[in-house]
Structure formats: structure tokens, C-alpha cells
Design a protein around this ligand. Structure first.
Ligand code: DAH
Length: 358
């Protein structure tokens, strides 16, 4: 027996006798580690006579493979028996209470988007989306808000440093540009809603620099103001769950609609608390109107054939009203305790089939 055999046999015996995985790991290092005995054999190769090197190298490699294989199979055996020992020693106390599982909550804004989407889906509206970073054309010009129009100042726009296709880039100030994008890339008739984030440089109890809107657009050959009213009244009654909800349409002005209106719902304010549905006060919930022919033209739609209505409503405001949350800024503080209190059970999201049917 020469060195190679002695070393190999000795390791194989020790491996077979290793009592636990820690002892086995020590053996692995002693044999195959950087300073291990088997590794050391390889290093002697340089001193062997050149004509012996090939045969010796092969023997060393075989020795190494044998040891590695033995380590592997002993490890499998030890893992197995260590697991069995552990399982044998453990008992499960089925009378212990279940461990609390931290489940997430649905944010009131997400919840109200789901509900609004479900209501409009029932009425045949699909969901469309557009980018948060808009160009000047889609956010303003196409919506009949040309340069120097006072509405541009009213929007407190965040401008970006970059431009795209010679257009200024802005954080979209409303979801209305999605109307344009949708009409540009789809054939009429159109029935869409577009929920999303919007941005204005504004901050107080009822304004945050980022907020949420839902845009609506219905374009067909003969859609008129009666459809607009019917659709929005149905929506408001369903979202607030009040069948005889008092409402009114008040004339207003938007550059992208003609005529334009705002929808108010009846409410009362008692000791600073807002109550929907009764009383002698009014609260504005959305802007709306018949889409301006110039807007249709900008979006490539022939206003002599197609007409319809659009509306835009503030999601956060609806959520504040519906769930009685007084400060809009708390929506976006990211306070988990707040979310636990005002958030919704993820399994409770209403679907078309459940919850919202009237
Ligand atoms: N874009 C308007 C705003 O942010 C809301 C709006 C009003 C949207 C009337 C519409 C509309 O589509 O017809 O103030």
C-alpha cells in the first residue's frame, strides 16, 4: 500500500464512522479542503518523474472522486437520520392557538377604485390607462386648452426638465388626456373609464400634490345629455348606496366640454361632520359635459358623425366621503396603523357578481 491508498482508506473508514453532519464536515475539510490531505496529493505531482505524472494524476483523481462520493452518500444518510431524530422528539400541541398571520389591508383608495370600476363595468364601460408623464399636447392642447389659456395656470402644473418630440413634458394634471389617447388609438364607439394618479403643486387638508381621478368617456352616434345625467345619477346612487340621493347638475365651464356641468349631491354639515344624503347643503363630486367638437377633431374623431359625454371625478374625495375620513393627507402618509383602521379585508373586494348588485 502506498500513500494514496493509505490516505484514501483512512478517509473512507472515518467517513463511514462519522456520527453527525458536523463531524462529516470536518472530514471534508481535512480531505478535500484547500489544505486537505487528498488535495495535498495533487500538489506532489510536480515532483514526480514526468513519465509517471499521467498515471499518478489519474490515481489521485480517482481517490478524490471516491472520497467525494463517500462524503455525499454519508451526508444523505446523516441528514435523513438527523431529521428522523428531530421528528421523533417533536410533538405538536394541537390545542395551542394559531399564530397570528399578518395579512395586508386594501387601501381605501384602491377599494373605492374597485367599486367605481365595478359600477361602470356593469354599465358597459371598459378600463383604459395612460402615462403619468404626459406631453403638453395630450394634457392641454388636444383638450382645447391652448397656450396662454388661463386653465393652464389653474392646474398648478409640475413641468419636467425634459421634452419629447418638441413637446414639454408634465406630470399629468388630470386623467382627461387618457380620453385623447384612447380615441387616437381605437375606433369609435367608445365607452371607457380611466382611473389613475394625477399631480398638481398644491397641499392642504383637502389637496395633496398627488391625488387620484377617474375619467369617463362615452362616444357614439347619438349620445346626448340625457344619457350623461342618467349614467352619473345611477353611478352616484350606487356608490353611496342611497336610492333617493338628492343631486343637482350645476352649469360650469371646462374647455373640453360644451355644455359643461358639475354634479353636486345633497348633504348636511352637523358640528363640522359631513353627512351624505340629507340636509340643505351641496357637495360637488365631479365635472362633466358633452365632449367639445374641437377635442374630437384633435383626437381624430369626426364630430359630424360622433358625439358623447365625458366626466372626471376625484377618487380620494369620494373615499373621504364614503368612509368618513377627514384629512386627505393621511391617505398618503403610509402609516400602517391608519391602514389597519381604514383599510379593507382583501377577501372582501366586491366583484361584479357580488356586493354591488342592486
Ligand atoms: N379634468 C377636469 C379636472 O381635472 C375634470 C373634468 C371635468 C373631466 C369635465 C371631464 C369633464 O372629462 O368632462 O378638473
Amino acid at each position: 500500500m502506498d500513500d494514496v491508498d493509505t490516505i484514501t482508506t483512512s478517509f473512507l473508514t472515518q467517513i463511514a464512522e462519522a456520527g453527525d453532519t458536523a463531524a462529516l464536515e470536518d472530514l471534508r475539510v481535512a480531505a478535500l479542503g484547500r489544505k486537505g490531505a487528498v488535495t495535498g496529493l495533487m500538489k506532489t505531482l510536480g515532483q514526480a518523474a514526468p513519465e509517471d505524472r499521467k498515471a499518478l494524476g489519474q490515481r489521485f483523481n480517482q481517490a478524490k472522486d471516491k472520497v467525494a462520493l463517500a462524503l455525499d452518500s454519508r451526508r444523505t444518510e446523516l441528514d435523513q437520520s438527523e431529521m428522523l431524530a428531530r421528528l421523533g422528539g417533536e410533538t405538536i400541541d394541537v390545542t395551542l392557538p394559531a399564530r397570528p398571520r399578518p395579512d395586508g389591508r386594501i387601501h381605501p383608495v384602491s377599494q373605492v377604485v374597485e367599486e367605481i370600476t365595478a359600477i361602470f363595468a356593469d354599465m358597459g364601460f371598459a378600463v383604459a390607462e395612460g402615462p403619468d408623464i404626459e406631453d403638453d399636447f395630450h394634457n392641454f392642447t388636444a383638450l382645447n386648452i391652448p397656450p396662454e389659456h388661463p386653465a393652464r395656470q389653474m392646474h398648478d402644473t409640475f413641468y419636467l426638465d425634459q421634452e419629447a418630440n418638441d413637446e414639454k413634458l408634465v406630470m399629468r394634471t388630470h386623467t382627461s388626456p387618457v380620453q385623447i389617447r384612447h380615441m387616437q388609438s381605437n375606433e369609435p364607439p367608445h365607452r371607457i373609464i380611466a382611473p389613475g394618479r394625477t399631480y398638481r403643486s398644491d397641499s392642504d387638508q383637502t389637496h395633496t400634490p398627488m391625488f387620484h381621478q377617474i375619467e369617463g368617456l362615452a362616444i357614439d352616434r347619438d349620445i346626448h345629455m340625457g344619457h350623461l345625467k342618467g349614467c352619473l345619477v345611477d353611478f352616484a346612487r350606487t356608490i353611496f348606496g342611497i336610492e333617493d340621493l338628492p343631486f343637482r347638475f350645476r352649469p360650469s365651464h371646462f374647455p373640453f366640454t360644451e355644455p359643461s356641468a358639475e354634479m353636486d349631491i345633497g348633504c348636511s354639515r352637523v358640528n363640522g361632520e359631513l353627512r351624505i344624503g340629507g340636509g340643505d347643503d351641496w357637495l360637488e363630486i365631479l365635472g362633466c359635459g358633452m365632449v367639445h367638437p374641437k377635442v374630437l377633431k384633435h383626437a381624430g374623431v369626426d364630430p359630424d358623425v360622433w358625439q358623447g359625454f365625458a366626466f372626471g371625478l376625484g377618487i380620494d374625495r369620494i373615499a373621504m366621503l364614503k368612509y368618513g375620513i377627514a384629512d386627505l393627507r393621511s391617505f398618503f402618509d403610509g402609516d400602517v396603523r391608519w391602514l389597519r383602521h381604514y383599510g379593507f379585508d382583501p377577501l372582501d373586494i366586491p366583484t361584479l357578481a357580488a356586493g354591488l348588485a342592486r
